[in-house]
Structures are given as C-alpha cells and as structure tokens.
Write a new protein. Structure first.
Ligand SMILES: *Cc1c(COP(=O)(O)O)cnc(C)c1O
Length: 399
C-alpha cells in the first residue's frame, strides 16, 4: 500500500479547518464505510444521481439536488444549466457561448476568487455597484437578453442588495439566482430560507461544514435545472437510440432527443458512486445530529488554549466563527515582539508541522480552528508556539 512516508510527505497539524489546500477534514467511519460499500456493485450513474439527489433534497428541504465534486463544480454546473437549459446543440458548443446568454451579474462586494468557476464554462461576470455598496437599480440596469444568471454570496455586509430583492428582480426578468453557499450551509435551515427568498440554485461544499468526502459537494436547485445539470455532467458515451434522460423533470424534448449531447463541459468534474453515497451519508448524519462530530476537536481547542495561556507574552481568547458555527482561538502576538510571519514560517516547517488560520496575520493574530484537530494536537500546537517564542526571544537577546 502506498504511504505518505515513502513519498517523503510529512503530515501537518491542521488548525485551519476545512481547507482544501490541507486536504480538508477527517472523515467519520460511517461515511467511509458507505463509500466502501458503494463500490461492491456497479450501477447506472445517472439513475444513482437522480435517486440520491432526491433523497438529499428531502433531507435538507430543497426542491431537488445533485451531488457534485465540490461547491466550485456546483457553481460551474449551475451556470452551465442557466446558459443552455438542456439544449443539446448549446451544450455541445460550450465553452463557445455563441448564440446563448452568458452574462452573470454579481454585486461588487460579493466578488470572490471562486468566480473563476463560473467563468470556466464560458460565462462572463458583470459587476454591479462598488465594494460595500450596490443598489437594486444597478443590478436591473445590467439585465439584458444576454443575461444567464445572477450570483449571490451570503455573509457579506454593507449597503447591499439582499437575496429576497435579488429573487424578486430575477423572477421579474425570468433569470435564475445562483447562491454560493459553500460555507453558508449548514445550518440546514438556511436552505429553505434561501429558496423562499427566490434562489434557483444553491452550491454547497461537501467537505466543509457537512464533513462529507473532500471531493464532494451539492448543487441544490429546482428540478428542471437539476435535470439540465445531469445532461452536462454524465458520461455520454451512449448509443443515441438507446439513451434517455432518467430525471423525471427532463423536458419531453430531452427525453426523446434523437441527438443527445456528447460529453459536456461538466464531464470534467467527475463524481464516483462512492462520493455520491458518502455525501448522502454525511447529510444523513448531519441532519440527525448537527454538532455531533465537533466535540473531539473542541476538546483539543480547550487543551490548546490552556497550553497557550501559559506563554506570558501572548494573549489567547476564544471567539465564535460565525460562518462555520464553531468556536476558535484568537492568538495575539502583538505584545510578544515576535514577527508573526516568522512564527508562522517556523510553525509550518518545524516538527511537527503546524498550520494555523492566517486571516488576521496583519493584526499580529493567528486563529486555531478545531474542526480538523486530532487527539493530542491541542498540546502539540501549544508546545510548538511556546518553543518558537522562546527561540525568537533567545535570538533577539543574542543579537
Ligand atoms: C470553499 C468555497 C468554495 C469551493 O468549495 P469546494 O467544495 O472546495 O469546491 C466556493 N465558494 C466559497 C465562498 C468557498 O468558501
């Protein structure tokens, strides 16, 4: 069996949380077993997608759902559906967008590097308003017959247009609103709330708050959109006369298409049966007991806090991470005289390697997130920070 060790790959202590660059979170045994069992037999992937999607939709309160390879893929797939509406001729043309609406409108404050996932399938982003402020009229003004969708990101603050207003604008113009809720769901209650505000599609990360497989996610959406998403994603190495779209909401034209589409742009975002069954199991687990998997990491956070509190020159406080709904530590180095970038470099490269949240490094702070911490990690983090602070103090005295 291949191992990290034989590749010379040193493990890291992940105090960042559900970060893709560190491989995401640990996976519960029950999810892992569901993934393993999914491989015991072969199945028709399109039928599995439809059935699992409907079950997940019931569990989270969405009209319909599709398991994707992540929230970023879900954004690309929702955009594809919004541009093509399942028309095989248009699907076969992408990412050449000639002859189809391909503009996606977003408020300036909602822009994010994940916008590349929308553009990857041929869409163009149009930005409305300014950082911190967008007026509804600035969105309406950008709508034309080239508009494919609007994109909304929850959790931003300012003089912004809320989802209900975007939903009203979208409904009046016949344009879907796609929500990037990668970190906005869970809580599960947000799903029904966002659909009632007028969302047509919601992208959710499987490997973040839901603690599912790292390369999985959900696209929640109205059934017609989900039927179109399957067309852009499924393996279409099919005999035309034998093929039909198994989704019950597929249009009559799609179901009896004499010329089904070939492999679509979303075929590159492949999902296996083990991701589908693992994601479904993760959703079942989450809905049954939302915070059940958080306690072990929170115990490590408590241990880290106790250890860090012994270091006189740094200040440790506990706060709540609103988007992920978990506690986190804020470790403040401003009184220590230590260069927090150098502390971070030494944490990353020392033994064991430690990665902490760097979102407030400009304020001399590092964050500790509990979600990926393993037994003993709390002590290890505190010990590494203490050793580095000691070393830096000694180096300063010598110099
Ligand atoms: C993490 C994230 C994504 C991507 O999620 P994946 O499941 O890793 O593809 C998209 N948008 C936002 C805002 C995110 O934070």
């Amino acid at each position: 069996m291949a191992t990290y060790a034989e590749l010379g790959i040193r493990p890291v202590i992940n105090g960042v949380g559900p970060a893709t660059r560190l491989g995401g979170l640990p996976l519960a045994d029950e999810i892992w077993q569901a993934m393993r069992a999914a491989l015991d037999v072969s199945v028709r992937m399109d039928e599995l997608h439809v059935a699992a999607g409907r079950r997940i939709a019931e569990l989270v309160g969405a009209p319909d759902a599709f398991v994707t390879s992540g929230a970023a893929a879900a954004l690309a797939m929702a955009t594809t559906a919004a541009m093509t509406h399942g028309d095989p001729a248009l699907l076969d043309r992408l990412p050449d967008v000639d002859g189809m609406p391909n503009e996606v409108i977003i408020q300036a404050d909602h822009c994010d590097p994940y916008d590349r996932s929308v553009e990857a399938v041929g869409a163009r982003i149009l930005v409305a308003g300014y950082p911190g402020t967008t007026h509804p009229g600035e969105i309406e003004r950008l709508i034309s017959d080239r508009t494919a969708a609007m994109l909304y990101r929850p959790g931003r603050h300012g003089d912004l247009v809320d989802l209900a207003t975007m939903g009203r604008i979208g409904a009046a113009a016949g344009i879907p609103v796609i929500v990037d809720a990668a970190v906005g769901v869970p809580p599960i209650g947000n799903v029904a709330a966002m659909f009632s505000d007028g969302a047509s599609a919601i992208a959710v990360s499987g490997g973040k708050g839901l603690r599912g497989p790292q390369s999985a996610g959900l696209l929640l959406g109205v059934p017609a959109l989900i039927a179109d998403v399957g067309l852009a994603h499924w393996d279409m190495d099919e005999i035309a006369a034998l093929w039909h779209n198994p989704h019950p909401a597929a249009s009559g034209a799609e179901r009896s298409a004499i010329t089904p589409p070939r492999h679509g742009v979303a075929r590159a975002m492949k999902v296996g049966r083990e991701q589908i069954m693992g994601m479904l199991t993760a959703v079942e687990r989450y809905v049954a007991a939302p915070a059940a998997d958080e306690q072990a990491g929170i115990d490590e956070l408590t241990a880290a806090r106790a250890g860090l509190a012994q270091i006189p020159s740094i200040d440790v406080t506990q706060a709540h991470h609103a988007a992920l709904d978990v506690p986190r530590l804020i470790v403040d180095f401003s009184a220590s005289g230590a260069d927090v970038f150098e502390v971070t470099r030494r944490l990353r490269e020392g033994e064991p390697r430690v990665f902490l949240g760097e979102g407030a490094i400009d304020r001399q702070q590092l964050h500790v997130n509990p979600m990926a911490l393993l037994p003993g990690d709390g002590h290890r983090i505190a010990r590494r920070v203490a050793a580095i602070i000691d070393d830096l103090e000694r180096e300063r005295t010598v110099a």
